[in-house]
Design a protein around this ligand. Structure first.
Ligand SMILES: Nc1nc2c(ncn2[C@@H]2O[C@@H]3COP(=O)(O)O[C@H]4[C@@H](O)[C@H](n5cnc6c(=O)[nH]c(N)nc65)O[C@@H]4COP(=O)(O)O[C@H]3[C@H]2O)c(=O)[nH]1
Length: 740
């Protein structure tokens, strides 16, 4: 503000106060061509507190007046070079502000008239009385003081008027006055910058010309404001129209601006406002950007930025509202949890940018399946949730779920390549499946998980049995943490039989949990839980200890060629610590690495193929064999098989199970067998349960089999007796005894 004021002073000299306009030490110029008279005049005035300068003739006087400022000039009239009148003419012509007292030796009236005509302050005829002269000088100085004060006052007034004008015109706000009928009587320049209207054209125009039609009602109070003080309008927001040029490329929304108004009534007298109402005075501030920013912040607080769908906060808001209505109207509503199947794997393998693109496309498709009053939200990750109020019957939700699945069923094109995904949908219906927000969400989530563990790609409703399962899960989690300490885990072994030779060539190590309450549990019941809880590393370490101990035991029994196959969790594959543990234990137990085969599933290569391949190669270098389990069921391509050494392919039990009727043709089995042969790998058929399967596999060229037809997984002691029985049978040359 200060620098602005300085600018004003610089622009306009009227603003700069005259530094000489003070009368602290009045300056007097004494002019007389008679040296004696000049000296006595000086003597007379000395000691009066004046600053005295002398001039001996008219020319000297003019020169002094040109150089310095004088408050009073005591001027002799009759001077030879330039008369006193001439000097006064110069003073007047140059606009020099000073008071002149003429001292004249002339007795004629002309000299006096000449002096008066030239605006002399006083006229003294020589010889004069001292007191007369001093009084005249004092009076002249008093006049001078009044003159200065007057000018200063005037300058200050002009300055403040100009200052107000400046402040008003450069104000960031629109400032205006209206007459009693709402017509503009004044409006500052800001209106042109902000709204594009010419301010002169607005003078006399009705305020309604500026206001958006929908806001006219509220505008009436603001623009016809008669109140003053606290009760007057404050911060009333109105939308004003912009006068945009036709060529403007701005779109419609920007042709309105949100303006916040403060206005008060304008009265002739401040003291009695109700006496004479003149109109309204107002200040209006542009809050468009502020409003937009607020709207954006609010939008972002309630929406998912990636998909533009409502987020968790807004969803819960809507759910609560919908529940209120449903209760009041006694209606049903459905809550659906939609979770993409294997999204994590897809996201990891595609990269996050493409993963995001997939989520956007999923959101668009899901949105196209719902009605106007429904809400689709994204809770995070690949979790979407749909709220269907006004549900007539439970099965209406089925229709929407089917639509969702169908919409997601069509391939997605991401970066030019096609991608297939599926989803699992869980549904909970109010009031049957949950009374409140929290319960419904939890139950829809449970229903979704049930679909997932049931093989994914489908939908299911919540029912009470899921709750029991969930309780069971929580209990199981607690028990699993204690299972290791309590020694409840045990390794079982399932023999792999060379059907041509009739002997056990390998055993697969399979984990079991001797659960104190539930009996013997297979890995399907607890390993996924262990993965989820981050216990897999601990379990795998325990498994390595247990298997190596059993290997040592059987080695001591003489079974040095028996191969042990262990399953390797993908969690362990990336951990160097796991491998160190494996080598250490093999060494401690003095069992050969060649006796160990690690079974991996194809999916192990999906998340980080390079790391997986590096680790698998490390295993091979140490002599450990590698088998691929469930070959043909996963994601991997044959290309991976060539990047690390695979010793064995296992034909998945799902393919073996297919081998049913006699004379049938099972191309997948044949394909796996021919791949193994082509790549020089060993083959093991898994899950063999019937003689028919044995015959088909044998004919196709697969000799080694594993399955209930031969042996079920068994504890090590039982394995020892099976092996012992086999040895004695061989000695007795009897065929292999089949186990149930
Ligand atoms: N229906 C039928 N099933 C048969 C037949 N023959 C064998 N099986 C079962 O098929 C599974 C074969 O193991 P897998 O494919 O490696 O599949 C295993 C393996 O992936 C995993 N697993 C087991 N033990 C461990 C372990 O110690 N560590 C890790 N990481 N995973 C393990 O758990 C999976 C399931 O193991 P299990 O329940 O023991 O189930 C075993 C076995 O009991 C048959 O003729 N018919």
């Amino acid at each position: 503000m200060r620098s602005q004021a300085i600018n004003i002073y610089e622009q306009d000299p009227v603003f700069s106060p005259d530094p000489t306009w003070t009368l602290a030490e009045p300056r007097l110029l004494l002019v007389d061509d008679e040296p004696r008279l000049l000296a006595s005049l000086k003597e007379l005035l000395d000691g009066q507190g004046y600053h005295l300068t002398t001039a001996r003739n008219g020319a000297e006087a003019v020169a002094e007046l040109g150089e310095s400022h004088f408050d009073v000039v005591l001027l002799d009239i009759g001077m030879p070079d330039m008369s006193g009148h001439d000097v006064m003419d110069v003073i007047n012509a140059r606009g020099i502000t000073t008071e002149v007292i003429v001292l004249s030796g002339h007795t004629g009236i002309e000299a006096a008239i000449g002096a008066i005509n030239r605006q002399a302050y006083g006229y003294l005829r020589k010889p004069y009385r001292t007191d007369e002269l001093l009084a005249l000088v004092r009076n002249a100085l008093e006049k001078r003081r009044l003159h200065i004060e007057n000018r200063n006052l005037f300058a200050r007034l002009e300055q403040s008027e100009k200052m107000y004008r400046f402040l008003i015109d450069s104000s960031p706000d629109i400032i205006y006055t209206l007459d009693q009928s709402g017509r503009f009587t004044y409006i500052n320049r800001r209106v042109t910058e902000l709204l594009g209207f010419d301010r002169d054209a607005l003078i006399g125009a009705d305020y309604a010309a500026l206001v958006h039609d929908d806001d006219l009602d509220r505008a009436r109070y603001v623009f016809n404001e008669r109140r003053v003080g606290e009760r007057a309008s404050r911060n009333v927001e109105l939308r004003l129209k912009c006068n945009e040029p036709a060529s403007s490329e701005r779109h419609f929304e920007t042709s309105l601006r949100t303006i916040s108004f403060n206005s008060i009534g304008l009265y002739a007298s401040d003291k009695a406002p109700s006496v004479e109402y003149l109109g309204t005075y107002g200040i209006a501030r542009d809050v468009t950007e502020k409003r937009r920013a607020e709207e954006l912040i609010t939008y972002q607080a309630y929406h998912d930025i990636l998909t533009d769908l409502p987020n968790r906060a807004l969803f819960h808001d809507r759910l609560e509202l919908a529940l209120l209505q449903a209760r009041r109207k006694e209606q049903q509503l459905a809550l659906m949890f939609i979770d993409l199947d294997r999204f994590k794997i897809i996201n990891d393998s595609l990269g996050h940018l493409k993963g995001d693109e997939l989520l956007r496309q999923v959101a668009t498709r899901l949105r196209s399946c719902i009605r106007k009053g429904d809400t689709l939200a994204r809770l995070g990750g690949d979790e979407f949730v749909a709220l269907l109020p006004d549900l007539e019957k439970r099965t209406d939700a089925t229709v929407v779920a089917e639509k969702f699945l169908e919409a997601l069923g069509a391939p997605f094109v991401i970066d030019g390549s096609e991608l297939h995904i599926s989803a699992s949908i869980g549904i909970a219906v109010f009031p049957e499946d949950g009374e409140n927000d929290d319960e419904l969400v939890r139950h829809a989530d449970m229903a979704m998980y049930a679909v997932k563990s049931d093989g994914k790609n489908g939908f299911g409703f919540y029912d009470r049995s899921l709750l029991d399962a969930a309780h069971e899960k929580v209990l199981l989690e607690q028990e699993l943490r204690r299972a290791l300490q309590r020694g409840e885990l045990e390794m079982y072994y399932q023999p792999q039989v060379d059907t041509a030779a009739g002997n056990v060539v390998a055993v697969e190590a399979l984990m079991r949990w001797n659960h104190p309450r539930l009996g013997l549990l297979t890995p399907g019941r607890f390993l996924p839980l262990a993965e989820e809880m981050g216990l897999m590393v601990m379990l795998s370490d325990w498994m390595v200890d247990a298997v190596c101990a059993d290997m040592q035991r059987l080695q001591r029994d003489g079974y040095r060629d028996l191969r042990f196959c262990i399953n390797l969790s993908p969690t362990c594959l990336g951990r160097d610590e796991f491998f160190r543990k494996l080598w250490r234990t093999l060494e401690e137990r003095k069992v050969a690495a060649e006796q160990l085969e690690v079974e991996i599933t194809e999916n192990i290569c999906i998340r980080n193929p390079d790391l997986a391949i590096r680790q698998l190669n490390r295993l091979t270098e140490l002599g450990v064999r590698i088998a691929i389990d469930d070959f043909g069921t996963g994601y991997s391509s044959l290309a991976y098989l060539q990047r690390f050494e695979v010793d064995t392919l296992k034909i998945d039990q799902s393919f073996v199970r297919e081998i049913g009727q006699e004379g049938g043709h099972f191309p997948v089995v044949l394909a796996v067998i021919s791949i193994a042969r082509g790549l020089g790998m060993d083959l093991v058929a898994e899950g063999v349960e019937t003689e028919r399967q044995v015959r088909y596999l044998q004919q196709a060229g697969c000799r080694v089999m594993q399955g209930f037809l031969f042996h079920r997984p068994m504890p090590v002691r039982q394995l020892q007796s099976v092996l012992a029985g086999q040895a004695s049978a061989r000695q007795a040359d009897v065929p292999l005894q089949e186990a149930g």
